[in-house]
Design a protein around this ligand. Structure first.
Ligand code: UDP
Length: 365
């Protein structure tokens, strides 16, 4: 006889796993399906002979949301790790977000002192400023610095990453990487940061231990043969509705992996904003867990519309309007809920995806 579930959860990434775990903890019968042959969604990773690999690119857990940190820490211990990024500007490696150390590397002593004094006086020590704010500052020198950072760090990287005129991107995307008025090299300023000691996939496996999990299972192929009361969908929202309003733009990333002698590069992640490089960044994964094997897996990232896997909902006005249309349709449905980066169309980091699912769980009562 067909097994009956209270909930069908489509997608075994953090969004699906969080809602599934919460529901199962309250005694609900939950079936989780995923079309891939593994759990973890784009956070999927493995630890093998050569060391650590994140199959879908660099994922560093960082949050200021203590409730999310406490929740996810039930399923893992943490390797203490505070993320740093270097960017290659004409062969010089400078810290990102662009900070006082980056200014020192890119300019002579006199210019450095001038920019430093100006930024501290105008904005204050430790302030995080949008590059756009610098570019429109009243002071000519501050504008010049803003233009330098925009053209060397943001403009070409953003063109490569999104294949869209950077002016058309929502500012919030570029503002994820502010300019910082101090000399602390740190990509994030969140209080809680780390890499799960056994990897992300192990977290998700633990989260799903009280659920039935079927991998390599497509929702559209099985929706009519599974019996359930409620549906949580974490896939592409436009595919759910048969693309009735048109296709939402999602940006793909193709990863090209290679095994190199350990250590390969100076830092876990090095960004290549220049158009001289067809990729956006190179990650050396062993550095996340400080693994000292003789070899090391690295990956170059090539953004694409067709190759690779779906990674980001594109944050332009037109695309967000289209996403909004689908979300209105979604709101009208009974007993069907949408969660996560692909279904909500939001640029969610892991902690925000977990937060969103925790909130959905509260809503479901
Ligand atoms: N960005 C950039 N140059 C960089 C790093 C980031 O122009 O060296 C811009 C780019 O538009 C990117 C956005 O800032 O998509 C957000 O960067 P983040 O590192 O947060 O991207 P993610 O790690 O989510 O891919």
């Amino acid at each position: 006889m067909l097994k009956k579930y209270d909930y069908l959860v489509v997608g075994a990434g953090f969004s699906g796993a969080t809602i599934a775990e919460r529901l199962a903890s309250k005694g609900k019968k939950v079936l989780v399906i995923d079309q891939r042959n593994h759990v973890g969604g784009n956070c999927h990773d493995r630890i093998d002979r050569i060391g650590y690999v994140q199959e879908y690119g660099p994922h560093i857990f960082h949050t200021s949301d203590k409730e999310v940190w406490d929740y996810i820490s039930q399923f893992t211990s943490w390797h203490p790790y505070r993320h740093k990024v270097l960017a290659d500007i004409n062969g010089k490696l400078v810290p990102l977000p662009f900070n006082l150390n980056s200014i020192k590397i890119c300019f002579d002593d006199l210019q450095y002192k001038n920019y430093k004094d100006l930024l501290i006086k105008k904005y204050g020590l430790n302030k995080r400023i949008s590059v756009f704010e610098l570019m429109h500052d009243k002071n000519k020198d501050v504008r010049k610095l803003g233009d330098f950072i925009y053209s060397n760090i943001f403009f070409n990287y953003t063109k490569k990453q999104w294949d869209i005129d950077p002016e058309k991107m929502e500012r919030s995307v570029l503002d994820r990487v502010p300019v910082v008025v101090n000399d602390i090299d740190a990509y994030f300023n969140d209080e809680y940061q780390g890499i799960p000691e056994q990897g992300y996939s192990k977290i998700i496996e633990k989260m799903l231990k009280d659920c039935d999990v079927h991998l390599e299972t497509d929702f559209f192929g099985c929706r009519d043969v599974v019996s359930y009361d409620f549906l949580i969908f974490t896939g592409r929202i436009d595919s759910f509705f048969g693309f009735s309003e048109g296709e939402i733009l999602y940006r793909n990333i193709e990863f090209r992996f290679d095994t190199q002698k350990n250590p390969f590069q100076k830092n876990s992640v090095i960004n290549y904003p220049s158009l001289h490089y067809p990729y956006t960044r190179i990650t050396e994964f062993n550095k996340f867990l400080n693994i000292k094997s003789t070899e090391s897996v690295i990956a170059k990232e090539y953004p694409s519309w067709e190759k690779g896997f779906v990674a980001y909902p594109v944050q332009t006005r037109e695309n967000l309007e289209l996403i909004g249309m689908y979300r209105k349709k979604a709101d009208k449905l009974k007993n069907i809920f949408f969660a996560g980066r692909l279904a909500e169309g939001r640029y969610l980091d892991m902690d925000k995806a977990i937060r969103s699912s925790l909130d959905l769980f509260e809503k479901l009562g």
